[in-house]
Design a binder for this molecule. Structure first.
Ligand SMILES: CSC[C@H]1O[C@H](OP(=O)(O)O)[C@H](O)[C@@H]1O
Length: 342
């Protein structure tokens, strides 16, 4: 199931808000549609929102290509800003936009068709590269796992969060491909239930043994000795290895440390933000309070109750056993060893 489909200058995004009950694609005919889709989480997942934004830039260029050169460049700047303003935490979004900006800068002296073709080529490259990187992450990560292993994961870092295959779930898929006996416990991941709705769905589609648990069960299943490793995705990794990921990841890392369970992050190079020294500098998105007050529009709390809804938290590097990347497995001291990602 592809979360992102680009063909004949049309972008279709699988509406992940409706999964697993309904499989429906949102047609994006302009860059504003793409910005709206990222912000409303039609498409979500750090690499996937970067890829969607890249195609949003192509749609923006198609919209404004007939303007004079100065106007075109002005309009394209607003396209970049609009896409960059959608969600603040996943650095992949800004990485992809910067790649598209560089491509546009390099091809401004070409003719209109060549400009569009160059931007489209770059966006497709970003999509294809992510799939290739996921497979490398999968191989490196699977080699860490024993022949028989039970993995706890959080949120969705699967094919639906990437170009396909997945990062954390890519490790699980690759381990299964290697013939390892892998079982998965998937945290439901309140408030938007990416684990229940997306991870459980993906793994069952692939015939991978998955058990759904509510987030507050994670400590108990570790205490029962049911978990051999925790593997999660990432939205931004700082130069010291501090990692932002879906809210609840930090708590899992504390529980894993308490129960001496290895805690792995899986992420491609586009998730690293080596400009920032630590996780203290990572912007944490806060989302609409009704995401906590309601569950699919059903009120589960007093409608005017105060809410705090951070969409991510930061796991300190000292809680992380290793970071599985497309360039290999990075172990502590992260400050030193993360340099391979430069
Ligand atoms: C492969 S990284 C996916 C990453 O993104 C998710 O956040 P969201 O669903 O809000 O986009 C979550 O943090 C995942 O680990």
């Amino acid at each position: 199931m592809k979360p992102i489909i680009w063909s004949k200058y049309k972008l279709e995004l699988l509406d992940q808000r409706l999964l697993p009950v309904t499989i429906e694609y949102v047609k994006c005919s302009n860059y504003k549609d793409v910005a709206d889709a990222i912000k409303s989480m039609v498409v979500r997942g750090a690499p996937a929102i970067g890829i969607a934004a890249a195609f949003g830039v192509v749609l923006g260029a198609l919209e404004f290509i007939d303007e004079d050169k100065i106007e075109f460049e002005k309009k394209m700047q607003s396209v970049f800003e609009s896409l960059a303003s959608t969600r603040p935490t996943a650095v992949n979004l800004f990485w992809a936009i910067s790649k598209m900006k560089d491509t546009l800068f390099d091809c401004l002296n070409l003719n209109k068709d060549e400009i569009i073709a160059s931007l489209e080529k770059k966006a497709i490259e970003i999509l294809d590269e992510d799939l290739m990187l996921n497979k490398k992450i999968g191989e490196f990560g699977a080699s860490l796992l024993p022949e028989k292993c039970s993995v706890l994961t959080h949120c969705n870092a699967g094919a639906l969060a990437t170009a396909g295959w997945g990062t954390a779930l890519g490790v699980i898929r690759s381990a299964k491909e290697m013939g390892k006996d892998i079982k998965v416990f998937a945290d439901e991941t309140r408030p938007l239930l990416q684990g229940a709705r997306l991870t459980a769905f993906e793994l069952m589609q692939d015939g991978i043994d998955v058990t759904l648990i509510s987030d507050n069960m994670a400590g108990y299943v570790m205490k029962l000795g049911l978990i051999d490793a925790v593997i999660v995705g990432a939205d931004r990794i700082a130069a010291n290895g501090d990692t932002a990921n879906k809210i609840g990841t930090y708590s899992l890392s504390v529980l894993a440390k308490e129960h001496k369970v290895p805690f792995y992050i899986a992420a491609p190079y586009s998730t690293f933000d080596l400009q920032i020294k630590s996780g203290d500098e990572i912007p944490i998105e806060e989302r609409n309070h009704d995401e906590v007050r309601k569950l699919f529009n059903i009120e589960i709390a007093p409608k005017d109750v105060k809410v705090f809804n951070p969409s991510f938290d930061v796991t300190p590097n000292e809680n992380i056993t290793a970071i599985i990347t497309d360039k290999g497995v990075i172990k502590p001291p992260f400050i030193e060893n993360i340099k391979i990602m430069r």
